[in-house]
Unconditional design. Structure first.
Length: 323
């Protein structure tokens, strides 16, 4: 999210106003200085004021730059999720983020033991969600979320799904399960949701994909930074996905055929027992890269060879209530 020049000027002006409001009365300061016999030359006072203003403006600019970090600009395999809750029940920590290009769903999940809260955003352009407004309007039992009509479905007491239109281009859902009075919890979570973006920056990005495949999603998961992992998906239109993942766990390569992947000794596991074919290689970091899908070995190996590893993934938010 970037700020316009006008918004930046407004931020600076408001900061100066707050600074001025906290400053002591000018007459009192001058009287005290006079009584103490401490007089400063005008040039010295002007220099101090100028230095203070420069420091303040520099701080505002630095803060603005933090708000416009490149991680909040959508890029290949680095989606930006547009919504955040301002309230969650105690004990819930975020352990999953997923997004993708175009109209791909945006998903964030928080857990507290077996209990789960999922905040998702969808596009009304997606046929599955294009009739949401009509569905809500057809219900007799409507509720309001931030002034917009919404509906509750699947209310079992310990689980509930709340759906509403945040604006003309986003359908939001808040799904709560495993907690008492889930409907009330979902309502409070939904009321707290604002358009505050967060980024998804994992350990890898897709490089050039084989013909016919296009990126679909990027996800990061983990209970904390120490066990974070990344998974990307790509697919042909209407076809099954190819998944590329990096994590600490071994994919299990006993009986796998040896192949060369990324210039190193890798493995190919043929499809079996309902599982897709998989190409795997242990990276220099000790972590494992796996690429799987209903594709020939050559396609999976090409994807593995072309993915780009990110030496500084952002796993800091894993295991925290908010980023």
């Amino acid at each position: 999210m970037s700020r316009s020049e006008h918004e930046t000027e407004t931020l600076i002006r408001e900061s100066l106003d707050r600074l001025a409001a906290r400053a002591p009365d000018g007459h009192a300061v001058r009287d005290a200085l006079a009584r103490a016999g401490r007089q400063r030359r005008p040039a010295t006072r002007l220099a101090l004021v100028a230095a203070a203003v420069v420091a303040l403006v520099a701080g505002v600019v630095a803060g603005t730059q933090l708000l416009t970090t490149v991680d909040l600009v959508p890029a290949a395999s680095r989606p930006v999720l547009g919504y955040s809750p301002g309230w969650l029940p105690d004990g819930f920590t975020e352990q999953y983020r997923e997004g993708g290009p175009g109209t791909a769903p945006q998903v964030r999940r928080w857990f507290a033991g077996p209990a789960e809260i999922t905040l998702s955003a969808y596009s009304p352009v997606d046929p599955e969600w294009s009739q949401t407004a009509l569905k809500i309007a057809s219900l007799g039992d409507q509720i309001l979320v931030r002034g917009r009509v919404a509906m509750v479905t699947g209310d079992t007491g310990s689980a509930a799904l709340l759906t509403w239109l945040a604006d003309e281009t986003h359908v939001l859902t808040a799904h709560v399960s495993g907690v008492p009075d889930a409907r009330a919890v979902a309502m409070r979570v939904a009321e707290s949701v604002t358009a505050k973006p967060v980024g998804v920056r994992g350990e890898l990005r897709f490089g050039p994909l084989p013909a016919g495949l296009a990126e679909r999603s990027a996800a990061v998961r983990g209970t904390g930074p120490e066990d974070g992992s990344t998974e990307l998906t790509a697919a042909a239109p209407g076809g099954p996905p190819v998944r590329a993942a990096v994590g600490a766990g071994s994919p299990g390569v006993n009986g796998a055929a040896p192949i060369v992947v990324r210039g190193s000794h890798g493995f190919f596991l043929a499809p079996a027992n309902g599982k897709d074919a998989t190409v795997a290689v242990r990276l220099p970091s000790g972590r494992w890269l796996t690429v799987s899908g209903a594709q020939p070995e050559a396609v999976l190996a090409a994807v593995a060879d072309s993915v780009q590893l990110d030496p500084s993934p952002d796993y800091r938010w894993l295991g925290r209530a908010t980023s």
